[in-house]
Design a protein around this ligand. Structure first.
Ligand SMILES: [Zn+2]
Ligand SMILES: [Zn+2]
Length: 591
């Protein structure tokens, strides 16, 4: 894998005779796998230079991974020459927002007021992909995305190919203020950040400030060089490239801080440290690889209606905190429930929120409430419970069930972004089954049946009628799984003719290619918050069997549902398989 730096400066392009060596252009890094897959990490002003280079191999194509849409990470886009070349194909990936699409956001900086050429006038084919935390693949490169700590929803990226792991983490502020200034333990969210860096051959890390400067920069969303070294060392990273240099940091000052950090890193057996410089090129080859746990959640999942009708619980007593955090939540259309700290468990049980913010009242009440919520039956383990506290807690708070902390004072945008990340994560946990590996083939086989949107047919309806009677349930369905929806060819006892795939139980059975039984959906974290569980028809029991054609394509399911919890034994599962066989035969032999 080859890495080239085209922009290493943070915040604003800084050309000057004092920034000649490390460079003045803002964030942009080119990564190429040995097989030739091109990934561009961020498109700050450095992208203009990279774009001119890429014109040599026309028509250029590649993948652009944007960390977030602050100016210093996107300003090179209008000047990236390959976007103007007809026949050139580009995929742009960036964090999914709540209100504007990625395309709208990027088109904004190219409106007539700011730039003479609009985004839609560019000659290349540009495809936009919105991401949450998870995994995806571009060419032969496996990518993991993870939220960073910044006053705008920001993703860090880990790329793996050719036996090499690279992590790009700009812009990111330490969660722990003590850690930012070089003290304290790596715990909680900082520890999870370090795990994202685990064993990487190269970490490109935000290192805008020095520990001594941090006090004036709290909440600005950037790391200190001391923090970057501490997490990279903890992670066992082999090389650490400091980047996103402060615009005020001149070449000489960067030399000095690198020299100091190198001796510290040598003393503590840390990674090889250097400051990324514009024009610098690195060739990385496979080393002893470190197995890293990768999320199995697809980073490109459609969250769609994930937040609609969802609620957040503010268990707080101070009116100013309630109103400030309510404003942050309202911006994302989340329903807000307020209770005092002592009544938080009762409110959580009643309302099933997707996020709980608990005020630290200076005594043991918040910890007791958190533990009580964790003990509620059916509450998903991933429910984010966040302590809003005036002082940075020691340790990670796990023993009290806290998943994270919001340390005061915080700015409204900072609180809003943290809340968004918690909501996004919570939404991802339940929203959608992963997409099968053979999805395109599976979709083609489903469409080839020519049954989608056809009227009900007795040959299918008699099967669902029999299934409902056999299992003594009110609802039985024969479902076909399309790209974004589950469509019911036959529905006994249900008025709906389709549901979004995001909210589909059957999606899990299609992914697993195995029967799925949910004895009580309210006690299953995948489905407890599903709108068909919390609202009509009030599903509690589900048993589905995949419908697999002789060529191996799984096109849908037959399933039975009840509004009461129940069990199904092996004998029942065999009967369900019989029904699936009958339905598959009808699919195979039309009319
Ligand atoms: Zn930045
Ligand atoms: Zn930023």
């Amino acid at each position: 894998m080859r890495v080239r730096f085209f922009g290493t400066r943070g915040s604003i392009a800084t050309p000057s005779r004092h920034t000649l060596r490390y460079g003045g252009n803002t964030s942009c890094v080119e990564v190429r796998s040995n097989a030739g897959t091109l990934v561009i990490l961020d498109m700050g002003t450095g992208a203009a230079v990279l774009g001119r280079e890429l014109l040599k191999d026309a028509p250029p194509h590649g993948h652009v991974l944007i960390s977030h849409t602050h100016w210093d990470h996107i300003q090179g886009i209008p000047f990236f020459a390959p976007f103007k070349i007809p026949g050139s194909v580009w995929d742009i990936y960036a964090p999914r927002g709540f209100d504007r699409t990625l395309r709208e956001t990027l088109a904004g900086q190219m409106e007539y007021t700011y730039f003479p050429v609009a985004l839609e006038q560019l000659g290349a084919t540009i495809r936009f992909h919105e991401l949450v935390e998870g995994r995806f693949r571009v060419g032969d490169i496996e990518v993991t995305s993870r939220y960073l700590n910044h006053p705008a929803l920001t993703l860090g990226y880990r790329l793996e190919a050719d036996g090499v792991g690279i992590v790009y983490a700009c812009d990111h502020e330490p969660h722990s203020r003590a850690l930012a200034t070089g003290d304290g333990d790596i715990a909680g969210e900082d520890r999870r950040h370090a795990e994202f860096l685990a064993g990487a051959d190269l970490v490109l890390h935000d290192a805008q400030y020095l520990a001594g400067e941090y006090r004036q920069k709290v909440g600005w969303g950037h790391s200190t060089v001391e923090y970057a070294l501490a997490v990279a060392r903890f992670a066992g990273a082999k090389r650490l490239a400091l980047t996103h240099h402060d615009p005020l940091r001149e070449d000489r000052a960067i030399d000095e801080l690198v020299a100091a950090l190198r001796s510290e890193s040598r003393r503590t057996a840390g990674p090889k440290v250097f400051a990324a410089a514009e024009g610098q090129e690195l060739e990385l080859s496979a080393t002893r690889s470190v197995a890293v746990a990768r999320p199995d959640f697809p980073a490109q999942a459609q969250l769609g209606s994930a937040l609609v009708g969802r609620s957040a619980l503010l268990a707080m007593e101070t009116p100013s905190k309630i109103s400030g955090l309510s404003d942050a939540l309202r911006a994302d259309d989340v329903h807000i429930i307020v209770s005092d700290v002592a009544n938080a468990p009762a409110a959580a049980q009643r309302e099933r929120p997707m996020l709980v913010l608990l005020e630290d009242t200076g005594d043991a009440r918040a910890a007791a409430a958190s533990r009580a919520i964790r003990h509620l039956a059916g509450e998903p383990d991933e429910l984010p419970i966040v302590l809003v506290t005036p002082s940075e807690p020691r340790g990670d708070g796990m023993e009290n069930g806290f998943s994270d902390f919001l340390v005061e004072p915080y700015s409204p945008v900072y609180a809003r972004t943290r809340i968004r990340a918690w909501l996004m994560r919570a939404a991802c946990h339940w929203v959608r089954a992963p997409t099968p590996n053979d999805e395109e083939r599976r979709l083609a086989a489903t469409r080839a049946l020519s049954l989608i949107e056809t009227p009900p047919e007795e040959r299918f309806d008699r099967i669902t009628r029999l299934a409902a009677a056999l299992f003594d349930v009110p609802i039985a369905l024969i479902a076909l799984m399309e790209r974004d929806r589950e469509w019911f060819k036959s529905r006994c006892g249900l008025d709906l003719c389709e549901v979004p795939r995001d909210e589909s139980f059957c999606g899990h059975s299609v992914y697993l290619r195995q029967p799925l039984v949910v004895a009580d959906a309210r006690l299953d974290e995948r489905f407890a918050d599903n709108p068909y569980v919390t609202g009509p028809p009030g599903v509690r029991f589900y048993a589905g069997h995949p419908l697999i054609l002789p060529d191996g394509s799984c096109v849908g399911t037959i399933c039975v549902l009840d509004t009461r919890p129940r069990h199904i034994d092996n004998h029942g599962l065999e009967r369900l398989r019989d029904m699936a066989d009958l339905a598959t035969r009808e699919l195979e032999f039309p009319k």
